[in-house]
Design a protein around this ligand. Structure first.
Ligand SMILES: C=CC1=C(C)c2cc3[nH]c(cc4nc(cc5[nH]c(cc1n2)c(C)c5CCC(=O)O)C(CCC(=O)O)=C4C)c(C)c3C=C
Ligand SMILES: [Fe+2]
Ligand SMILES: [Fe+2]
Length: 332
């Protein structure tokens, strides 16, 4: 039976323009998995307060990262799209060279390419079995479950549903933790370790955790496993949460507040890693590498270094391959 792996990530605007960002945000923020405020109220806020203003504010930030990957490397268009597409190509090469007859494609939850289009094209090519792989190591209903919903929606009216396997999470996968640890060690070899290592995860509303979303627990477990592997003392590292949106309380401690406190308290140098992002994107290349750097330096810090996402690292592609292999029938 021919099998396809579909790597999935969040999605990104088609262009770094206000019109394009508006289209993307409308699609993304209309998903009830992403914002759980009661529908009529949220749609009013979205249409009257968010979509008329946020795209114009965010478009310049997208402009700033467009065609530029980590360390200023030239990439085509949106870094998130570039890294996801190239991850799919590298994973395809990995399987070819290991004699595995698997097709690897990619899709985005919002924007494009859409999952339903990718699935349709693959089915026309005779694919009968799918591994849908959200590139979110830590499960959250706001991200991973949104992809499960799309899979269910695609086959809602089908009689003959193909074999589908969905990867729920890989926050404690040893190869993923190992790739993170290697990336930190290589960074330390280049620059020497900073006084503190900040593990900044994308936030979600605190209420989601209270209602049972395991994301917070998954983040803490990834952090503990990484710190164990790096053998760093408790006072040298901390978890924080970035990218909050709206007025409600999100998971704490917040990344920007933590950096302000550290700068003011005399912490001179900090390394920042973002383990929830499998690819560099707006939230790492702009929010972490530019905005939060300025916050730390303004607060009194002197050295701020961002450790890139795992992106196209060989050990990352091998970790993704291992997660896929676990989903396939046959000897492991
Ligand atoms: C409104 C609520 C949001 C939740 C909940 C949320 C969860 C969440 N997001 C990611 C990963 C990414 N988010 C990205 C951008 C982004 N996220 C939100 C809002 C929420 N995210 C917005 C509004 C945006 C767009 C930018 C902005 O307007 O500020 C991205 C980057 C996209 C890109 O184009 O580069 C990623 C990736 C995770 C992992 C997560 C929950 C665990
Ligand atoms: Fe987000
Ligand atoms: Fe952000």
């Amino acid at each position: 039976m021919s099998t396809a792996v579909i790597l999935m990530n969040l999605g990104t605007p088609a262009q770094p323009t206000a019109a394009s960002v508006r289209r993307f945000l409308r699609d993304f923020l209309s998903d009830p998995r992403v914002v759980e405020i009661p529908r009529p109220l949220w749609l009013t806020i979205l249409n009257c307060l968010v979509l008329p203003f946020r795209p114009r504010r965010i478009a310049p930030a997208y402009e700033g990262i467009w065609n530029r990957g980590v360390d200023g490397a030239r990439v085509a268009g949106s870094p998130l799209l570039y890294y996801t597409r190239t991850q799919a190509e590298l994973l395809q090469e990995h399987f070819y060279s290991n004699g595995r007859d698997l097709v690897v494609e990619y899709a985005m939850t919002y924007g494009g390419p859409r999952l339903h289009q990718v699935v349709e094209t693959l089915r026309k090519k005779g694919i009968e079995s799918f591994v849908v792989f959200p590139l979110y190591p830590q499960y959250s209903a706001t991200t991973t479950a949104a992809i499960y919903d799309q899979v269910a929606q695609i086959f809602l009216k089908s009689r003959d549903i193909p074999d589908i396997s969905l990867v729920r999470d890989y926050y404690h996968n040893p190869l993923y933790i190992n790739a993170l640890a290697n990336s930190v060690r290589e960074h330390w070899q280049k620059y020497g370790p900073a006084e503190k290592l900040l593990l900044s995860f994308h936030g979600i509303p605190k209420a989601n955790t209270e209602k049972g979303d395991p994301y917070y627990r998954h983040c803490l477990e990834t952090a503990r496993l990484l710190a164990d592997q790096l053998q760093i003392a408790g006072e040298c590292w901390q978890v924080s949460f970035q990218s909050r949106f709206g007025k409600a309380e999100w998971l704490q401690p917040y990344t920007d507040k933590t950096l302000t406190e550290w700068g003011a308290r005399g912490v001179a140098s900090v390394d920042v890693i973002c383990p929830a992002f499998s690819a560099d994107c707006l939230e790492t290349l702009e929010e972490i590498s530019v905005e939060n750097r300025a916050i730390f330096l303004d607060a009194g810090g002197s050295e701020y270094r961002y450790i890139p996402a795992l992106n196209l690292r060989k050990d990352h592609i091998e970790a993704l391959a291992a997660v896929v292999e676990n989903r396939l029938p046959g000897p492991k």
